[in-house]
Design a protein around this ligand. Structure first.
Ligand code: 5GP
Length: 355
């Protein structure tokens, strides 16, 4: 399946801190170990463990955040994550991250996001287009799969389920202020066993009323009431959808809400017990909009190409169907029409290889 790597791809569900390179994480942990802030060998064991429950994943995130949450590191990992996606021919990336406040180092949610933007601006390995089309001088189709790589990047600000309504609202207001630097929407994520839907709803409704796009982590654990409430909210996309019941599928399908599918993540965290019973198959058969994504390529040791290979192997997709699936992701992006058109041209120019 050597054709998957060069194929243009769209990534719509990638968490910044979950996509950190293993090598970078270990390097940063070693430095903190030398300073006596953490015990490096403990961290090394946790980082290198391959099999983690969803609960263990969130413990790992707390550890990752201890290691990465300073402005310089946020800038560095943003640069590396975008370069890694571009180098495997991701042509459009919606990168999400939770703006963090840490008074002890003078970090506000805004300065955290400014560090992310600095990371985008600092990329020289590949061409990055992250400003909205109206604000940018160089929207053009230069991604030919052989020359210099080009990637469109848009940002989603995540609300962590540990946050209060007030803190969630602060994130939404920040997103509105940062629309001119490529912020297009809001994500709700964090440990699904924590927090209540009613806490986040006012901020999410405010975001929606102000034309931000919304994607929700939905149905990662069995919580029928919350799943129904989330679907009734009519988000623009949902992620995971692992614990949906018949009535949830019915609603999702009738609203045509696209689903971000993260195969490795679902299997590793045991949200889905085995790939052959993954809901990908049913949604694909029903021609429901879905997008293959990585979730956290660092934490789950995967790549987007690997996720596509897994889908091809597990569900018997052919080359042409896989290409069509990747291309169909354009409609589910939160990008402006100009960018969607450019993405269409990129896929069209690659299509002779895949028909
Ligand atoms: P960050 O927002 O710090 O850049 O990325 C890591 C954060 O994304 C985690 O702390 C968590 O809030 C969220 N996250 C990453 N992966 C998952 C996932 O699989 N499920 C949920 N619910 N949240 C996740």
């Amino acid at each position: 399946m050597e054709w998957i790597h060069p194929m243009p791809k769209i990534e719509l569900h990638a968490h910044l801190n979950g996509s950190i390179r293993d090598t970078t994480l270990l390097e940063l942990a070693r430095v903190l170990g030398e300073k006596g802030v953490i015990v490096f060998s403990d961290v090394e064991d946790v980082i290198q463990k391959n099999d983690r429950s969803l609960d263990e994943v969130f413990k790992l995130f707390d550890l990752i955040h201890m290691i990465t949450t300073d402005h310089q590191t946020v800038t560095r990992i943003t640069r590396e994550v975008v370069e890694d996606f571009a180098l495997e021919n991701v042509v459009y990336l919606e990168l999400r991250t939770t703006p963090k406040r840490n008074d002890s180092i003078g970090m506000s949610k805004r300065s955290y996001m400014e560090a992310v933007i600095k990371g985008l601006r600092s990329i020289s390995e590949v061409d990055v287009e992250f400003l909205p089309a109206s604000n940018s001088q160089n929207v053009h189709n230069s991604c030919d799969g052989v020359g210099r790589k080009k990637i469109y990047v848009r940002l989603l600000l995540s609300i962590d389920r540990r946050e209060t309504t007030e803190s969630a609202m602060e994130t939404v207001k920040l997103a509105l202020e940062m629309r001119n630097v490529g912020v297009v929407g809001i994500d709700l994520s964090g440990n699904p066993l924590v927090g209540e839907w009613s806490t986040f709803l006012p901020a999410l409704q405010f975001a929606k009323d102000n034309d931000l796009y919304i994607t929700l982590h939905c149905g990662e654990v069995p919580n029928p009431k919350e799943i129904q409430a989330m679907l009734d909210f009519k988000p623009h996309r949902v992620g995971h959808a692992c614990f949906f019941k018949d009535q949830d599928w019915e609603k999702l399908k009738s609203f045509r809400i696209p689903v971000e599918i993260c195969l490795s993540s679902n299997i590793i965290t045991k949200s889905i017990s085995s790939i052959d019973i993954h809901h990908f198959a049913d949604l694909y058969k029903a021609k429901h909009p879905l997008i293959i994504c990585t979730d956290d390529f660092g934490v789950f040791s995967t790549t987007l190409s690997n996720e596509y290979s897994l889908a091809v192997r597990s569900f018997g997709l052919g080359k042409r169907e896989t290409f069509a699936l990747a291309k169909s992701g354009i409609d589910a992006t939160f990008a402006e029409d100009e960018v969607k058109q450019q993405l269409g041209l990129i896929f069209d120019s690659a299509s002779p290889e895949y028909v």
